[in-house]
Design a protein around this ligand. Structure first.
Ligand code: RAT
Ligand code: ZN
Length: 433
């Protein structure tokens, strides 16, 4: 068949519905589809170019990613304060020297930088940081966003949006907010749930009549705050990170806020509540953003939420390896629970493989295998490529065992499954697909 025929949609459809003949053909098809299918990245810390310098990109930002900062400090006695006093360029020089020159960049986060350089066409053998900087200097933020999304095959990006952040709020209130249709908002609610005392004055400043006491007026006004911001941002879901000792229900502020404000607002707006559970914040405050740890959690909090609110959808990921299997089992019991991503310290090859494998074995394709959690734009390239490789390998193995039993497969069926996992499951869960 020549290229013209292959590009004809009718011919394509006929080819897609042909039975796959052997495992070599299967591998070619699965690899191609997993690598080529455009993804929806449902949790990131990226911003569209509308947000100006909140949109982080470039080689220095890549090197001072907090995942790399904590790794770099393992190689030096340097005091923390002097590191934070350095300019970004000096910090990046230091990370480069310690992690890429004096040692091999083998960790996931360090290897990721090399994948990015290579995919963006830089000479990884030169190891010349200033050359890399010079090549980046030729780009604009807008161009880089386009190029990276094309290279990573990411079509939709969900940001993490915080109205308490002064810089970000100004973009929503004084400018036009997000105008880029490839980007979507998720409203982050950590402060009002986890630091209520500090949030009261902030809400007052923003014009909401709340007080430290939990009373009707405070509940109404906090609901109003969330509703107005969901509308302003067109937020797809509410999101929070929870410490490992999160329990629900409980006689505490968190449970009151969930029951009286968060769930009623989510129900009213018809949006999910996303929970990322198992962080132990600031075990080493000197490392700042890099100073958080993972913590084992009690799955019963999720079970109780799903049980009490069967009509409410919950997007959930957990941070400790020990919680992963039971979270996946719980998703078999509650269709209002969508398991997503391999979060933070689990976003490493060995854990992604283990989790992807048992999630497929317990849930079939009815989950969201990955989100990137990127903070720097170019990270989309490595985070997605590394995960796609694992997903392709595991899927190849699973389909091959079906074929060995005489099950016939078509390319169209595999395409459906891959699109579900990388894109559609998220939107369907939101009721938007
Ligand atoms: O993965 C990260 O970069 C963490 O620092 C957190 O931001 C985490 O993903 C979160 O959303 O709380
Ligand atoms: Zn995150």
């Amino acid at each position: 068949m020549d290229e013209e025929q292959l590009n004809n949609p009718n011919v394509q459809k006929a080819v897609n519905t042909l039975t796959i003949q052997n495992e070599a053909q299967l591998k070619e098809i699965v690899d191609r589809l997993v690598y080529q299918t455009e993804v929806t990245d449902m949790h990131t810390h990226l911003f569209s170019p509308d947000f100006g310098d909140l949109n982080l990109w470039g080689v220095d930002e890549l090197l001072i990613y907090h995942y790399l900062i904590s790794e770099t400090f393992r190689w030096t006695e340097q005091d923390y304060a002097s590191f934070w006093e350095m300019s970004k360029t000096e910090q990046a020089d230091w990370v480069w020297k310690k992690l890429f020159v004096e040692h091999s960049p083998i960790s996931e986060a360090a290897r990721g930088v090399i994948t990015i350089f290579n995919r963006l066409g830089l000479d990884t053998s030169s190891r010349n940081l200033n050359d890399y900087r010079a090549q980046w200097a030729q780009k604009s933020a807008e161009q880089q966003v386009d190029d990276v999304m094309a290279a990573a095959k990411v079509k939709k990006i969900v940001m993490t949006n915080d109205p308490f952040d002064d810089k970000e709020r100004a973009v929503w209130t004084e400018k036009q907010g997000n105008q880029d249709s490839r980007f979507y908002a998720a409203l982050r609610v950590d402060p009002i749930v986890n630091q209520w005392d500090q949030s009261v004055s902030k809400l007052n400043e923003l014009g909401y009549d709340v007080s430290a006491e939990w009373e009707t007026r405070t509940i109404e006004e906090t609901r109003r705050f969330l509703s107005e911001w969901i509308e302003r941002m067109d937020a797809l879901y509410l999101a929070i990170s929870m410490p490992g000792d999160f329990s629900y229900p409980s006689e505490d502020h968190r449970s009151r806020m969930i029951d009286d404000v968060i769930i009623p607002v989510c129900q009213d707006k018809g949006i999910p509540f996303g929970l990322m559970i198992g962080v132990k914040r600031q075990v080493n405050p000197q490392l700042r953003l890099a100073g958080d740890m993972s913590m084992r959690s009690n799955i019963e909090a999720v079970q109780n939420l799903c049980n009490r609110y069967p009509d409410q959808k919950f997007l959930v990921t957990m941070l400790s390896r020990e919680n992963q299997h039971e979270l996946t089992v719980l998703a078999r019991k509650f269709r209002n629970l969508m398991v997503f991503g391999c979060w933070w310290f689990l976003h490493i090859e060995s854990m992604v493989e283990e989790m992807t494998r048992f999630r497929l074995e317990l849930l079939g394709t009815s989950f969201i295998p990955q989100h990137s959690d990127c903070r720097v734009f170019e990270q989309l390239v490595y985070k997605w490529e590394h995960s796609r490789k694992i997903l392709a390998n595991v899927l190849n193995e699973k389909y091959a065992t079906l074929m060995q039993e005489g099950w016939v497969l078509t390319e169209a069926e595999i395409q459906r499954d891959v699109e579900d996992m990388l894109d559609v499951n998220f939107w369907r869960f939101l009721g938007k697909a």
